[in-house]
Design a protein around this ligand. Sequence first.
Ligand code: PGA
Length: 250
Amino acid sequence: MTRRPLVAGNWKMNGLRASLAEIKAMGAAYDEALRARAELIVCPPATLIAPAAEAASRGGLGLGGQNCHAAENGAHTGDISAEMLKDAGASYVIVGHSERRADHGETDAIVQAKAAAALRAGLTPIICVGETRAEREAGDALGVVGEQIEGSLPADAPEQIVVAYEPVWAIGTGLTPTLADVAQMHAFARERIEARLGRGKSATVRILYGGSVKPANARELMGVANVDGALVGGASLTAKDFMAIAAAYR
Ligand code: PGA
């Protein structure tokens, strides 16, 4: 089974127009040899998607949003629909990031509705799951992630969806799970995705690892079985670090 690795940058609430220079540099460094081995996308703030699509267009670098509303349009002041992201030049959207689950009270049901909206609009959802430190210490990591997969993936989702395993305690902390823990969780996640989607679909679903991925640890993390790429926060803000991480696939 060959899954094309995906390295996705999540800029979070960072980036002004001046930052487009980094996206341009990423596009320029995303050469044919790397394109043959891995797919690269950046998810900047929504304000930068359209200009980033222009800046990146020649390199094949893809773009994604960081969140979307479940509805196509309407009276939802301040929200952005999946259709709008698509129109701006995105082909992916992150849904259910732990920061949104925590800051905006997003439940599995809300995340599932957003993932379905992404599919409706022709975007690929990157559906995030992951346990907190307390949940891991209580021995509940697998149970929590299993439940999030069950509740956050639309049951009729196609095999093109992406799932990102991001232990909350590893995000922005410089901490990462052991490679054995990553291997255990990713194998378990694939089983749960199979149980949710059925009919062998899980074999083609890409499962990304996220949480303190850096140039120094990318190679070993990306080498773990069932790790099909990375969701990168802080280290995706500069072309230098992001391309150094992507180089794990060269
Ligand atoms: P980090 O963030 O790489 O800065 O830990 C990852 C994420 O939240 O997607």
